[in-house]
Design a protein around this ligand. Structure first.
Ligand SMILES: [Zn+2]
Length: 292
């Protein structure tokens, strides 16, 4: 199984267009940009699953030739389906940029489908341009068995009504039917549960939410009044952070993704980055290839 990190940043990317924080300034200066969270997965190197549709998708496709049609085809796509983990803007806006394809296959929970049909009617709009087939989990596509990892959450997209939040954010368990290799993909981790730990144990690779380093990162930097958990992300550091959780998990490859531009792990020489790397955990970047 081949996993390609197309975009490793959280919403806004790095640099975020309207941000002048130290990380964004450095990214502009060094021209080292990170696009918004997305990945592609393939069991056979020919057909691909797109994990979330980032607003930066056009650039991400252009940067990874296997996602473009191969000669002698004039038009077409190697993307067999788009799989959504939630209905957040950084994960769904790119769907509109796929409207030139006659047929799209989308996999998401019923809750996310409801959000994108009623509260933010992206799917009915997209349906005016192309045919959209929408399925839910579990499903087998392109030699990959895809199931959801249920996550309890108090956070839903700001456009949604504060009603039932079950299924609004999930993780993905992707298993190659042929090689039996398993990757768990969780760009949003609102809570760590016993059930989740049991379901990801035995995976060959875990790609997980690295949005924030600390609970009060956005508050102390003056960017927001909300804590990391209130924004739906368990922070990496701290006594109940994801780094401590990852330490207990018997998974050979662990990788942080969906990294916010405020996060100190983006700085190559930061103490926080060192603490992550000392645990044998990788920090993803755009264009990272993982082969299982
Ligand atoms: Zn910034």
């Amino acid at each position: 199984m081949h996993i390609r990190i197309l975009g490793s940043a959280a919403g806004g990317g790095v640099p975020q267009w309207n941000c002048n924080c130290a990380n964004c300034r450095r990214a502009r200066h060094t021209r080292s940009f990170l696009t918004q969270s997305s990945a592609a997965v393939s069991a056979d190197g020919k057909q691909w699953l797109l994990l979330n549709a980032s607003p930066d998708l056009l650039y991400q496709f252009a940067s990874f030739p296997p996602l473009s049609p191969a000669a002698p085809k004039l038009r077409g796509s190697s993307v067999a389906a788009i799989v959504l983990t939630d209905g957040e803007m950084d994960h769904v806006l790119g769907l509109l940029s796929l409207r030139e394809q006659k047929k799209l296959r989308l996999i998401c929970t019923r809750a996310v489908k409801r959000l994108l049909t009623n509260e933010f009617p992206l799917l009915p709009t997209l349906g005016k341009y192309c045919r959209v087939r929408c399925d839910t989990f579990p499903v087998q596509i392109a030699g990959v068995s895809i199931s959801k990892l249920e996550l309890p959450t108090e956070k839903a997209p700001p456009y949604s009504a504060p009603a039932n939040r079950r299924g609004v954010v999930i993780g993905l368990r992707l298993e190659s039917i042929r090689s039996k290799r398993v990757c768990a993909y969780l760009p949003g981790l609102p809570a760590i549960t016993k059930d989740l730990s049991e379901r990801v144990r035995g995976s060959d690779c875990l790609i997980v939410d690295g949005t924030f380093w600390s609970e009060d990162e956005m508050i102390s930097s003056g960017l927001s009044s909300r804590t990391a958990r209130k924004m739906g992300h368990v922070p990496i550091g701290g006594s109940r952070g994801s780094l401590e959780w990852l330490r207990t998990l018997d998974v050979p490859r662990k990788i942080y993704t969906h990294i916010n531009n405020s996060n100190p792990i983006l700085r190559k020489t930061s103490r926080e980055r060192r603490l992550v790397e000392q645990q044998g955990i990788a920090i993803s970047h755009d264009g990272m290839d993982i082969r299982l």
